[in-house]
Write a protein of this length. Structure first.
Length: 728
């Protein structure tokens, strides 16, 4: 497939999977239907307790004065189907002091027991949007008749607590409402999404969807191009670019992306420094040049964020040690791999209270919440990591390819351990300023993960020349055991083809292609199987490889001769015949070629050398008739065993009679035979000769074609047919 089409397919898969993920999230919210048209309305609340309207209009803002106790407002007389509402969206401003928001409602499910959902709200004078997700709440059922909105003092503030609510509206349970909710939850800058504790969490985080999209896109792309490794590699590259752009765009648009900062710059510098230690082959730098640039990047990282530099230090040392010759380095990699998991497991055990931490490290905290915040603010990081792992698993490569870089894999584990250690030790974690540092702490781990996966990515064919190198394995490259297995599959191809079991032959050929795709026996098996399938295009490709071999066996020439015969390459048949085995099919093919190139006498010379006089007697009779040799034709007919009283024998008598007595004497007999025995080819051949003698070449041509269709032994008639076509 052409590169542009491959790119279009890969990008299309990413787009399709993203759309399916969006539809799945909408379905989880219960918003795939067209309901909720009447519920997309603003709720007009009436002050009830410690609340007053700031204005005379019914839609005027309501101020909740919490300094004197709980404040509330309500709206009655509703009849809203709960299934048609996703959430309640509320706009607030001038929140002084810390307050607690409470949303309550009554439904026809239980009119005597109200349901509530609450969440804290921090003080702030700027306008903000708060959304209470009601889809998934066990008591958001049937029809809602009343909704109440309340605030109470949460404590901890200096100013008298109060809040002003400017607008409250319902989000309808349809795709438009779902998209509005998702845009606020994933990409809003000031929204506060509240999911009540009793509710099922149907609004999944963006990070989870990005991870699923990355893995599913890679898997589907690899499945589409599974039969062509080169196309699969190109498609996965395009998919990786599209997924990177998608995750970066989604991360930048996410509501808690930390933005550009010094720690983010330090993380990028750390990534560049680590990649320079063991770069891809396309980087044309010497070892000392790479180390110098890596030191410069390390210096930039230390200046911008010492914490990120500390996380990258041990992985960088491991990568440098991995470059040393195996004979001159200590067994750091195996030992480092065994010990790399210890810090991670220790931090997890201490933070969960399973073991007691030493006094030097106490108190350790559980880093789970910090990790969740990192994933939600930079959802592209876990998505890219999982996408890289999925791509590595599905990336095409030769069987001998090294799957991992052991040094980079160990460095990845230590990078993760260092980041977790900083998150779990409060005395160190407090030195991080802003969420961007927490995100940048995992940049070295991503860089090391890429280096760990790089060996398999490197070994795939990226050009036609590399593809030929990968596929150049022949019998000489196989071990004794592999050669024995290869030969057993070759014998299986021959046996199954002899029994016409084409499916089993294809299965054996696939095994041969996996073991030694460029082997002589593989090319020969491909040719035999293509001939059995009638696939002359594939047979021609296999024949081209066989013709390039300096030594062709008789078996090779037999297969090549059959292909040349089917392709009507008569001169090629004559060239191959002397060193091919003179089996009955090959001798007949050679006779056909000689008849076409050199005439009847050459064809007769090929067939008269056969040990059985009766085998080619019919063909010899036809060839002698082409020469009008009556005596030789009679001898060939005697060898054939055809009775002269049979219709076929009578047809031959008539054809011989035309050569002695002329066509008029035999016309009535031939026409009578054609009327009563239309299924006999020899009779139509006689009628063709009669029509030709009578000056009707078009009719003679039709009869000749019918005769050859009815009786394959009449193939010499093609010589007469060629002369008729030239005259026509």
């Amino acid at each position: 497939m052409n590169p542009r089409a491959i790119t279009v397919v890969a990008v299309g898969v990413v787009a399709a999977v993203s759309l399916v993920a969006l539809v799945a999230q909408t379905a989880l919210l219960g918003a795939l239907g067209s309901g909720g048209k009447d519920s997309d309305a603003t709720l007009l609340f009436t002050p009830a307790i410690n609340a007053l309207m700031v204005g005379k209009d019914a839609s005027a803002p309501i101020k909740f004065d919490v300094s004197r106790g709980a404040a509330a407002a309500q709206v009655r007389g509703l009849n809203i189907p709960a299934r048609e509402v996703l959430a309640v969206r509320m706009a607030t401003e001038d929140v002084t002091g810390n307050v607690k928001l409470a949303l309550g409602w009554l439904s026809t499910q239980n009119l005597s027991r109200p349901a509530t959902a609450s969440a804290p709200m921090a003080a702030g004078a700027d306008p903000r949007i708060s959304v209470v997700v009601l889809s998934g709440h066990p008591r958001w059922r049937e029809n809602v008749t009343q909704i109440a909105l309340g605030f109470e003092n949460a404590g901890g503030g200096n100013a008298p607590p109060s809040a002003v609510v400017t607008r409250v509206e319902l989000l309808p349970a349809n795709p438009i409402g779902a998209l509005s909710l998702l845009s606020m939850a994933w990409f809003g800058t000031d929204s506060n999404i509240i999911t009540p504790d009793e509710s099922a969490h149907r609004l999944l985080p963006l990070a989870l969807w990005l991870a699923l999209i990355c893995m599913a896109s890679v898997a589907i792309t690899a499945l589409i191009f599974r039969r062509v490794p080169l196309d699969r590699a190109a498609a996965l590259k395009s998919s990786a670019v599209a997924l990177t752009l998608l995750t970066v765009a989604a991360t930048v648009l996410a509501n808690r992306w930390p933005g550009w900062s010094a720690p983010i710059g330090a993380g990028i510098a750390a990534v560049l420094g680590l990649l320079l230690i063991d770069p891809p082959r396309t980087v044309a730098l010497t070892f000392f040049q790479r180390m110098l640039l890596a030191l410069v990047a390390a210096g930039v990282c230390v200046v911008l964020s010492p914490l990120v530099a500390a996380v990258a230090l041990v992985p960088a040392l491991i990568l440098v040690l991995a470059l040393l010759p195996a004979s001159s380095r200590l067994p750091v990699i195996p030992v480092g791999g065994a010990l790399a998991a210890v810090p991670v497991l220790f931090i997890a055990a201490v933070s969960q209270g399973l073991v007691a931490a030493p006094a030097l490290l106490t108190p350790l905290t559980d880093p789970t919440r910090a990790l969740a915040n990192i994933a939600s603010s930079a959802g592209g990081l876990p998505g890219l990591a999982l996408g890289m792992l999925a791509m590595h698993q599905l990336w095409p490569s030769p069987a001998q390819t090294r799957r991992w870089s052991s040094g980079a894999a160990v460095a990845t584990l230590w990078a993760v351990a260092g980041a977790l250690f900083i998150l779990a030790v409060p005395k160190i974690a407090v030195t991080a300023r802003g969420g961007s540092t927490y995100v940048a702490l995992f940049f070295p781990a991503l860089a090391c993960l890429g280096l760990a996966l790089l060996p398999k990515f490197r070994e795939i064919a990226q050009s036609l020349a590399e593809t030929q190198v990968v596929e150049a394995k022949t019998e000489a490259d196989l071990s004794t055991q592999a050669l024995a297995l290869f030969e057993s599959h070759a014998e299986r191809v021959q046996r199954t083809l002899a029994r016409r079991e084409i499916g089993a032959a294809h299965a054996a050929l696939r095994q041969m292609q996996r073991i030694a795709p460029a082997a002589h026996a593989t090319r020969l098996a491909e040719l035999h199987l293509a001939l059995a399938d009638g696939d002359l295009a594939t047979a021609d490709k296999a024949a081209a490889h066989l013709n390039a071999s300096p030594l062709l066996t008789a078996t090779d020439r037999d297969a090549l001769l059959e292909l040349a015969h089917r392709q009507n390459q008569q001169q090629r048949v004559i060239e191959l015949a002397p060193e091919a085995s003179m089996t009955e099919p090959n001798r007949r093919a050679l006779a056909m070629a000689q008849l076409s190139v050199n005439g009847p006498n050459a064809a007769i010379a090929v067939l008269t050398d056969w040990h059985d006089d009766s085998r080619f007697s019919r063909e010899l009779a036809e060839l002698h008739l082409l020469n009008d040799d009556v005596a030789a034709t009679q001898q060939a007919l005697m060898n054939s065993g055809i009775s002269l009283t049979e219709p076929a024998g009578q047809a031959y008598i008539a054809r011989l009679g035309m050569r002695v007595q002329g066509p008029d004497a035999q016309a009535q007999g031939i026409n009578s035979l054609a009327t009563w025995h239309p299924q006999i080819g020899a009779i139509h051949a006689a009628q063709a000769e009669l029509l030709q003698q009578q000056g009707n070449p078009a009719g003679a041509r039709a009869r000749l074609m019918l005769a050859m269709q009815l009786d394959p032994a009449l193939w010499p008639l093609q010589h007469r047919l060629q002369s008729l076509q030239s005259s026509l």
